[in-house]
Design a protein. Structure first.
Length: 82
């Protein structure tokens, strides 16, 4: 699903695209070239740190360029105890 919720100002994907987020990468994670509100994992696994870093980089670009605060659509869940 989508990474960010749609703000009142319009679709998050549009703001992410206009902020130049398509193709941003952190390790095996990349913002989709087809839909900027999707993050694709190109390897079997990616770190949570890489995901958080990429999400924050996208959020910051949109905030800096347009003054729009994007909220997470994804759920950051704690890993189950071993």
């Amino acid at each position: 699903g989508c990474t960010f919720r749609n703000p009142a100002a319009g679709p998050a994907g549009r703001w992410l695209d206009e902020a130049g987020c398509k193709g941003l990468r952190r390790g095996s994670l990349v913002v989709s070239a087809q839909h900027a509100n999707f993050i694709i994992n190109e390897a079997p696994a990616a770190s949570e740190a890489a995901m958080r870093d990429l999400v924050e980089a996208c959020r910051e670009r949109v905030r800096e360029r347009f003054g729009i605060a994007l909220e997470d659509e994804i759920c950051w869940c704690a890993a189950p105890a071993p």
